[in-house]
Write a protein that binds this ligand. Structure first.
Ligand SMILES: [Zn+2]
Length: 306
């Protein structure tokens, strides 16, 4: 009895009664089997639950990952469009530089050191890592920053060029010294009205009533204001850039030597001093010491002939 277990089976329904004696070894084996089966079931259940949990989270992370990639890709599209639209700035820059007679910025400089053509945007990005997309975004941002910085520098250069041109323009003789008055004698050879000999006339004569206001034809500094032989009372203005203008036969001078004058400023009044037979202005334009035809420095619409 010590090594056996007695089991009595009873069934009233089937009028059954049986007495079974089992060796203890069998009992131990059955117990071990039950423990193993129970443990295995629990382990399997835990593992299955854990796998389900992990799969759920993995699915969630994958969904978040796809969403992140899509958003990053949208940023890439925006940057790509921004780069495309920047080409308009380059076109505009070239247009402005052409207008102001400046050299264009070389395309290699605009490309910010990125050779060749950039790959077209690839919508199939599933196989591209987020890290790679982020690197592309950083690269695009750097290129855009560089381009905008270069455009800013170029705009400053263009601004300086415009200011320089404006300065040159304001110091270039370009208007009529007696607006509305007629030219009675042009530049070149002519019969001298006093001694009737053929001589070269180094300027133009503009007829006007005595006392008419004479205007400076450009900004500059009065380099001479006084009497000059046959020129009579004369004003000479040095405009810089090799330009000088002379206003002769004046009745009265209204400026002094070394005085700065602006275009349109009244500097003298028409007279008939010096070698002159009637009130008029003898106007000369000198470029690097050469007396040249003033017609080239007066708007054609302002020139009126007798
Ligand atoms: Zn003259």
């Amino acid at each position: 009895m010590a090594n056996r277990l007695e089991v009595i089976l009873v069934s009233k329904k089937h009028n059954f009664l049986r007495n079974i004696r089992l060796p203890m070894i069998i009992i131990y084996i059955l117990a071990a089997f039950l423990v193993t089966a129970t443990t295995s079931t629990i382990v399997l259940f835990v593992n299955s639950t854990r796998r389900t949990f992990v799969r759920f989270h993995l699915t969630k992370v994958e969904r978040q990952n796809r969403s992140l990639v899509t958003k990053l890709d949208s940023i890439n599209i925006i940057l790509k469009k921004a780069q495309d639209s920047f080409d308009q700035h380059i076109t505009q820059d070239n247009r402005e530089r052409t207008y102001w007679q400046m050299a264009h910025i070389h395309p290699d400089i605009w490309s910010m050191g990125i050779g060749g053509t950039q790959d077209e945007y690839r919508p199939q990005i599933a196989n591209r890592s987020i890290e790679r997309i982020i690197n592309e975004i950083y690269e695009s941002v750097d290129v855009l920053k560089g381009k905008y910085y270069l455009r800013q520098i170029s705009l400053n250069d263009i601004h300086d060029q415009i200011e320089g041109n404006m300065y040159l323009w304001s110091h270039t003789p370009s208007v009529h010294p007696l607006p509305g008055c007629r030219i009675c004698s042009g530049y070149g050879y002519r019969v001298d009205p006093i001694d009737r000999k053929v001589r070269k006339h180094w300027g133009i004569d503009i007829g006007a009533p005595r006392g008419t206001r004479i205007s400076a034809t450009a900004d500059g500094v009065v380099s001479y204001a006084g009497w000059v032989g046959g020129y009579g009372w004369t004003v000479i203005i040095d405009h810089g850039f090799g330009f000088k203008t002379a206003y002769a036969h004046c009745q009265r001078i209204l400026v002094r030597k070394n005085e700065s004058v602006k275009r349109g400023q009244v500097i003298a009044r028409v007279g008939s001093t010096g070698r002159s037979i009637s009130p008029h202005l003898h106007y000369e334009v000198r470029v690097s010491g050469m007396k040249i035809n003033p017609y080239k420095y007066i708007s054609s619409s302002d020139i009126i002939f007798d």
